[in-house]
Ligand binder design. Structure first.
Ligand code: OFO
Length: 171
């Protein structure tokens, strides 16, 4: 049985993962309109991943005798001034999610909830990977620069990163 405090905190995390899924979906739509095919595919894949993160907690909570709640999700932004800014926002968002996961880990220590502590380790590792990925993308974007051809090359770069991530997932 899970404590009420832990249950509420995990429901908050469901909300955050759901928002991440919508945020990336919105980014996919913006990228599509901007003609950034590689970025569009990347964001759709990210959006699906975040939905899977949300559902993982959803199932866990009910398995543990809690009540997973379908979250109210606020509408994400729909426009970004540049693709560079969009990826900066992604990185900032992932850092926020990491901080939330670390708070949950701390809470599971306080509640002596070893099962949830163990469950959360997957998220700790996932966030480390996500932050590394987003930092890599930002570094590449900086290297490419903002010259006239930069959007084309950024998009190709993201497409390559997306293809490798999809391939790794399939293995
Ligand atoms: Fe699930 O938030 Fe990052 O990936």
């Amino acid at each position: 049985m899970i404590s009420k405090r832990m249950e509420e905190a995990l429901n908050e995390q469901i909300k955050l993962e759901g928002f991440a899924s919508y945020l990336y979906l919105s980014m996919a739509s913006w990228c599509d309109r901007e003609g950034l095919e590689g970025c569009t595919q990347f964001m759709h894949r990210q959006s699906e991943e975040e939905r899977a993160h949300m559902l993982r907690i959803f199932h866990y909570l009910n398995e543990m005798g809690g009540h997973a709640l379908t979250p109210e999700i606020k509408q994400p932004p729909h426009e970004w001034p540049t693709v560079q800014q969009m990826f900066k926002d992604v990185y900032a968002h992932e850092q926020k999610v990491t901080a939330a996961i670390h708070k949950l880990v701390q809470m599971s220590y306080e509640e002596h909830d070893h099962t949830t502590l163990n469950f959360l380790q997957w998220y700790v590792e996932e966030q480390r990977e996500e932050e590394t990925l987003m930092r890599t993308i930002l570094d590449r974007i900086n290297l490419i620069g903002d010259g006239p051809q930069s959007l084309y090359f950024i998009d190709k770069e993201i497409q390559g990163i997306n293809n490798s991530a999809a391939k790794a997932e399939a293995e």
